[in-house]
Design a protein around this ligand. Sequence first.
Ligand code: SAH
Ligand code: SF4
Ligand code: F3S
Length: 480
Amino acid sequence: MQYDLSNIDINGLVPDTEPDRQKYFMAKLKEYVSMREKELNRKLTMCVVTFGCQMNARDSEKLAGILLQAGFVETDKEDSDFVIYNTCTVRDNANQRVYGRLGYLKGLKKKNPNMIIALCGCMMQEPHVVEKIKTTYRFVDIIFGTHNIYKLAEILYTRLQSDRMIIDILKDTDNIVEDLPSERKFSFKQGVNIMFGCNNFCSYCIVPYVRGRERSRAVQDIINEIKALVADGVVEVMLLGQNVNSYGRGLSEEITFAQLLTEIEKIEGLERIRFMTPHPKDLSDELIDVMSKSKKICRHIHLPLQSGSSRILKLMNRHYTKEHYLELVKKIKERIPDVSVTTDIIVGFPGETEEDFLDTIDVCKQVEYDSAYTFIYSKRTGTPAAVMENQVSPEVVKDRFDRLLAVISEISAKNSGRDVGRVMDVMVEEVNDHSPNLMTGRLSNNILVHFEGCREMIGKVVKVSLEESKGFYYLGKIVD
Ligand code: SAH
Ligand code: SF4
Ligand code: F3S
């Protein structure tokens, strides 16, 4: 989505309502970019680097949308005129990667002193991070947070008018700015925010502190966005929220996540609906029911377990037990045939004993996940778990982590290939990276399939006979 900025009076008063105010600054920025282009006799380039989850990836599309609107040309190289890092702080290694890459940026800025460097995203919501950047990384030009990414044009324009580091961080917000320009990475699929923030406060997790209180977007705004996407060629949407089950809380209209899905299902031309992430504590029977009857909602549930021990789950503030989780998965598998269940697991939460860990292994064996993301517990300053006693030693954590990985790979190896011989619907996504005569697509349950085909098939659902399993993917043949 792009605006027509041609009739904005950039010498007039600055509007004080959004998104008009940002349109004004995009127009101002555009004028600046074209002036610089004439001076330099080349285009101005920009590069958006994303760390972290799909929420951040979606935010980056909005950042890129604003910059494209202002006339910048996008590159994937960091020796650009404007570089922005959209950061993540969910685990410490995410932070370390950002600090590491900043050292590299410093070198690039020495060669091009006019380069503007901006940092935004979850890390910037932590005061100690901002302090560190202010003192140790003086060459950074702009710092802003997660609540005002819509203001990029205004913030960048302000920086261009002054020589000082600009820091613009809101602690929290109840504001949702709609109708911003946005870049589209894929012609046929698109992530759509249905809610922002998180109110769950799992005791290990920094997200509620850096993403603020939970707020749902109005149903009509979501539907309108998806309809516009479908009109623009999109056939698959991924609905995004930290806990999609609690969608609707706080809205003036009464609506549940399952009802929202039912409304989205009615959109003609839309073929596939995915969502991320449901929380096991309030995944409703209504949702399972809607999924089981749906023709469009994909047969995939990513259901983060975190730990299989009820004792640890309580300390994690997850509000479910091992038994409740197993019961839930059983119900899902019974009601939704062919469903693929995947998960997230944390190893080494404070106080985790061998017995607790064996409960996690036990759940993995019972559920038989198609895949699992496993994480070593990372202490996040300001969360309740960071000050808990009995932090587990790195050696013990490493040993458990390796054992868990072995169990998970054994299970996925056993599971893989269960659909060999079947003909299934595949959404064609792209030309295969390694061989240009192969196409890569996805089953409804999110598993990849490679098969012979052509570029024209991208964005279409085709019937493919699954001939051979290669572990994480299938080799197939199109059937007419
Ligand atoms: N809202 C989602 C995902 C949030 S972050 C949910 O509730 O599932 C993605 C994953 O990162 C989490 O599921 C968790 O497994 C992991 N994670 C979050 N905080 C962590 C920490 N402090 N240490 C290690 N892993 C963590
Ligand atoms: Fe973090 Fe828990 Fe919220 Fe997920 S639900 S973002 S793990 S606090
Ligand atoms: Fe996502 Fe990382 Fe922020 S996981 S919400 S980008 S802390």
